[in-house]
Design a protein around this ligand. Structure first.
Ligand code: H53
Length: 839
């Protein structure tokens, strides 16, 4: 919006400008005012949800003041901005985070108490913003927190789904999906009805020449859908910088109705148009690491890329700078290949609309974009069929072909002897139908490509992008090992531990520089510190035990060893290995004498995670876990020696209760399949040890915490190919203990065996692609070592303290600094000082 108040009236504005609350009294003023006016309720009809709304609105006011100030300040600083394009932002709850980041939680607690409410109950009223599936979406959320905390001028761009990831219900042991309509009350977003972009689909291409004889291309006669911006403030921790997350919502370009259609009697057609437009941003696709190739998904991708690029270019053009300056003002990070269409879209804007020549436009594009790869799994690599793209985005397909032609000519000139190279690296796969390989387009259109952990970044260079390393040189490929924000995953989720650490480190500086944690090593032998550390872990386990009782009706003993695996359900993550291990433990316990059973280390095996609705094998794994839970928990012989829990509807806010409560967590993917993993970092930062394979970030965690403080097992990634080969040619080598587990499943110990045959057969009869049989023995042996180690509580405690002290590397702040220096070439913007009047 361009209009601004003339100078003579500005004084009046400044005088009345909004004030931030600073005391609990002022906070109460704000809460009561919002409850009485914004919500039209009173002290006679305000419940916890009303008190949550009032509190959220009071904090929202505060954030908005900082947010406006940040945006003004960043604009006048005129520095390069970062745009993080992600189809997923798994934010979780906002209130607690806002209170802690602006440092006002104590003020609010006192205020709420005086108004008759308990802080914890109020926080619990908020629904998660669950606009993501798993690690990739949560990483984007951690990065936003770090970008704001480090004062980088950065925006997130995504889609405002009306339905986030489905809510999972377990009915008779099966997963059911329930829609997550989360927008009923969302005080954290601001609709910007004045910030819209018209996005075109379908249509035709017309080539023409202007008076000067220059060739032009026009994309015409398409269908228009309007993107409306919804903004959410992202407060940094301990800074006034408040960045913006802009999510696009789709609506019909003609508003509610197309009145021409309406007036000519086509009422239904008009409504149908409207609904079709709104469908684009209606729902998050619930697949994690799996590409399904649905047209609506491609529409979502283009809709979001086109709106975001238009917005970025619009902002740049206001500066009146030359186009050659674009990459000095704009860095765009592609979170996976989902936003790859932004590459041909920027070319289209620069060439078709702004009239630049190809070479100049291409050079701008390459300098602007960089791409993060999150997987090498073939089923997750996006490909779009050429006929689909041709129909939906005819101009973009032409541009993609042009990019490919230039690229292949370059390859041909430089690698004349490698005859197969051209077909291997072509953006277009010569299949039936032809397919556009999005990862190749992303690599070619970017100046940097990064993987998300060392092993993964090495693997992409030797597998999926091997040829591109030869073509572009190795420097284009780099590594940025993932991280997590210590604000949410320590300070917020485990406040007592955060407080204890602060008491030893002389304050909370470590939340801004996590490497300071190393000083905790000075306290490993400090008796009082140890006691308090142990008490906190116990309290966190007790809290989880209460939650398990309340949510699943299962009683667990908090003195047991808590063994947790929470993440999306996927064959490569191998929850099946875990549950087979649990069954093995159960069988062993059954065979013991009651006296021996008493001596066994009691354990609670906790699982949680969603399966993609169409992923049958993953759903079967959930079913098996629930059946095992049913049998084991009701077996009178077993008692506390073993409990099995499947926690329904795992999400970010539940993770905040689960993560601080682990003794052991499981990160047991087949070597070479988990790009990084990030929950491994969360658990260790909270004083839990891990059992894991040599995969993803587990390897770097081992390097940091020391081999003695982690339980590694299983085959290495370099052996995976040979093992699969051996399965194929010489069959499997199934350990008798695993065979026994299969036999009991097939004998119906856990209900109708037919239900589980596809799962068991995938191992015994279909090649055991994920190497469960190869790793089972060392997995079970390592679990035994864990039981033994846990018995020595003093040594265990030493390990858990030590690992926390050594987790400094895994802050997402470190990631953002690496991206800023190695990839974006950006600097922070110093936040403005607060005006004296508090406004
Ligand atoms: O991204 C995480 C990694 C994790 C990886 C995950 C991921 C998705 O959540 C979705 C799609 C995809 O290709 C990868 O599986 O290993 O930690 C963040 O980088």
């Amino acid at each position: 919006v361009e209009a601004s108040v003339p100078e003579p009236q500005r004084e009046a504005w400044r005088k009345h400008s909004a004030r931030e609350f600073n005391t609990s009294d002022q906070f109460e003023d704000a809460v009561v005012r919002h409850i009485e006016t914004t919500l039209a309720r009173s002290l006679y009809n305000v419940d916890e949800s009303g008190a949550y709304a009032g509190t959220a609105l009071a904090f929202r006011d505060r954030l908005v003041i900082e947010w406006n100030r940040t945006q003004q300040n960043q604009t006048s600083a005129d520095q390069k901005r970062v745009y993080y394009l992600s189809l997923e932002f798994l934010m979780g709850r906002a209130l607690d985070n806002a209170m802690l980041n602006v440092g006002m939680k104590d003020v609010a607690r006192k205020g709420l108490d005086e108004l008759g409410f308990r802080m914890e109950d109020i926080i619990d009223q908020e629904r998660d913003a669950a606009l993501g599936n798993g690690g990739l979406g949560r990483l984007a959320a951690c990065f936003l927190d770090s970008l704001a905390t480090l004062n980088y001028p950065a925006w997130g761009y995504g889609l405002r789904y009306r339905y986030g990831i489905f809510r999972q219900e377990i009915v008779n042991g099966y997963q059911m999906e329930v829609p997550d309509y989360w927008l009923e009350f969302n005080p954290w977003e601001f609709p910007r009805h004045d910030v819209t972009v018209d996005v075109q689909f379908y249509g035709t291409i017309r080539k023409y020449m202007d008076d000067s004889g220059k060739q032009h291309t026009a994309w015409e006669n398409g269908e228009i859908v309007t993107a409306v911006a919804y903004d959410a403030p992202i407060p940094g921790y301990g800074t006034t910088t408040t960045n913006n997350l802009r999510l696009w919502s789709s609506k019909a370009s003609h508003g509610e109705f197309d009145f021409t259609k309406f007036n000519s009697g086509e009422y239904e057609a008009s409504v149908a148009d409207t609904q079709r437009a709104e469908t684009i941003s209606a729902v998050l696709y619930p697949n994690d690491s799996l590409d399904r190739g649905k047209e609506l998904r491609l529409k979502q991708q283009y809709f979001w890329c086109a709106a975001s690029l238009f917005d970025i270019v619009r902002r740049f053009k206001k500066s009146k700078k030359a186009w050659s300056d674009f990459p000095n003002q704009v860095a765009i990070q592609l979170n996976d290949t989902h936003p790859t269409l932004a590459i041909p879209e920027l070319l289209r804007i620069l060439i078709d609309i702004e009239g630049l020549e190809w070479d100049e436009a291409w050079s701008i594009v390459q300098k602007t974009f960089s791409y993060t790869n999150h997987t090498v799994l073939p089923e997750a690599l996006e490909k779009w069929s050429v006929p689909l793209v041709q129909n939906l985005l005819p101009r973009h397909l032409q541009i993609i072909y042009d990019i490919n032609l230039q690229f292949l000519q370059f390859v041909e000139r430089n690698f004349p002897k490698d005859r197969d190279m051209l077909s291997r690296v072509s953006i277009i796969e010569e299949s039936q139908p032809k397919m556009v390989r999005m990862a190749y387009l992303a690599v070619i259109g970017s100046h940097k490509v990064n993987g998300v952990a060392e092993l993964h970044s090495d693997l992409i260079k030797t597998t999926i992008f091997k040829d591109f390393v030869k073509i572009h040189g190795p420097d284009k490929f780099t590594n940025v090992t993932n991280g997590i924000t210590p604000r949410r995953w320590l300070h917020q989720a485990n406040f007592r531990l955060s407080e204890l650490i602060a008491s030893k480190l002389g304050g909370y500086d470590y939340l801004n520089d996590l490497t300071l944690l190393h000083k905790l090593e000075n306290y490993v032998d400090d008796k009082d510190f140890r006691k308090e550390f142990q008490d906190i872990k116990y309290a966190n386990k007790l809290r989880l035990a209460r939650y398990i009782k309340e949510a699943q009706g299962i009683t667990v003993n908090p003195a047991s060893l808590f063994d947790i695996q929470v993440k999306r359900i996927h064959e490569y993550k191998r929850q099946q290995l875990n549950i087979f291990g649990v069954i093995h433990r159960y069988l062993e316990l059954k065979e013991m004498s009651p006296a021996d059973r008493k001596k066994a280390q009691p354990r609670v095996s906790i699982f949680g995670g969603k399966a993609a609705p169409g992923y049958w094998m993953a759903k079967t794994i959930i079913h098996l876990i629930n059946q095992v839970s049913e049998v084991v928990n009701n077996d009178k012989d077993i008692g506390d020696a073993l409990k099995v829990v499947f926690l329904e509807d795992y999400n970010v806010s539940k993770a905040e209760i689960i993560v601080p409560a682990s003794d052991i967590s499981e990160h047991i993917s087949t070597a070479g399949t988990e790009a990084s993993g990030t929950s491994n970092m969360k658990f260790v930062l909270n004083g839990g040890l891990i059992i894991g394979t040599c995969d993803g970030a587990n390897i770097e965690i081992t390097r940091e915490v020391g081999e003695d403080n982690i339980f590694l097992f299983g085959n290495l990634s370099e052996d995976v190919e040979d093992l699969r080969h051996a399965h194929y040619y010489s069959g499997l080598n199934i350990d008798p203990s695993l065979q026994r587990v299969f036999d009991e499943i097939r004998n119906g110990m856990f209900g109708d065996a037919g239900q589980f045959s596809s799962l068991v057969n995938s191992i015994t009869d279909h090649g055991d692609y994920y190497l469960v049989s190869d790793d089972f023995k060392s997995y079970v042996e390592t679990q035994k070592l864990i039981d033994e180690a846990y018995k020595n509580q003093e040594e265990w405690l030493t390990k858990t303290i030590t690992v926390v002290a050594r987790m400094g590397f895994f802050s997402s702040d470190r990631c953002i600094e690496e991206y800023a220096q190695e990839i974006w070439n950006t600097e922070p913007v110093v936040p403005p000082a607060k005006p004296q009047n508090g406004a």
